[in-house]
Design a protein around this ligand. Structure first.
Ligand code: PRP
Ligand code: URA
Length: 207
């Protein structure tokens, strides 16, 4: 497994807004989606192309288009905050949803919903969630996707704790992780520090 930390200055600049506790919901959402777009540009380098016949105003030629279907699967709720940014770059992508939340006492993932695009297992899957903390939610979602036959999964997250990366790495060495920043660690409540707080609450304004 490879971990790609996105040190691009624009990503780091926008991440600074996400971390700031005074950033309002509107600005948080906008910056999150913009980072998701920039990360997709980088993660999209692994997408395969096929040649098709195309007629320009001048002549017939061969052009290149994406060879296989891309599916985006946000882990609800917070992963939803990245979907628009990704779809802006890959408008043909289909979107599945997997609902998993972390029980704040046991830290175990709790499953509550799933709807995946038909044939998802034949193409590339971008599993997305802004936060990789203990790794429980990500591992649950990857297990689930693999049970459905998915073989080509990349995980895109904004902030990860080293503990979470290790856990995913151990269980799913075939899944590459694209992350805007690997933070210092997990605090006593297993929140990432310095982190950005609770991503879902900040995207949806629930607290
Ligand atoms: C957050 C986050 C991840 C999970 C990460 O979701 O969006 O899904 O926690 O923690 P973990 O790596 O320790 O599992 P949360 O459970 O708060 O649900 P929400 O998106 O509905 O707010
Ligand atoms: N979930 C979040 O939203 N933030 C964290 O720091 C950890 C889990």
């Amino acid at each position: 497994m490879a971990v790609f930390e996105m040190n691009h200055p624009l990503i780091q600049h926008k991440l600074s807004y996400l971390r700031n506790k005074n950033t309002d919901t509107k600005s948080f959402r906008e910056n999150l989606n913009e980072i998701a777009s920039l990360m997709t540009y980088e993660a999209g380098k692994t997408l395969e192309l096929k040649e098709i016949d195309t007629e320009t105003p001048i002549q017939k030629t061969k052009t290149k288009v994406l060879a296989s279907q891309v599916s985006i699967v946000p882990i609800l709720r917070a992963g939803l905050g990245m979907v628009e940014g990704i779809v802006n770059l890959i408008p043909t992508a289909r979107v599945g949803h997997i609902g998993v939340y972390r029980n704040e006492e046991t830290l175990e993932p709790v499953y509550y919903y799933c709807k995946l695009p038909q044939g998802i297992e034949k193409g590339k899957v971008f599993l997305v969630d802004p936060m990789l903390a203990t790794g429980g939610s990500a591992n649950y979602a990857i297990d689930y996707l693999k049970e459905k036959g998915c073989k080509d999964i990349q995980f895109l997250c904004i902030i990860a704790a080293p503990e979470g990366i290790k856990k995913v790495e151990e269980k799913h060495p075939d899944v590459d992780i694209y992350v805007a920043c690997v933070d210092e660690g997990l605090n006593e409540k297993s929140y990432i520090y310095p982190g950005l707080g609770d991503a879902g609450d900040r995207i949806f304004g629930t607290k």
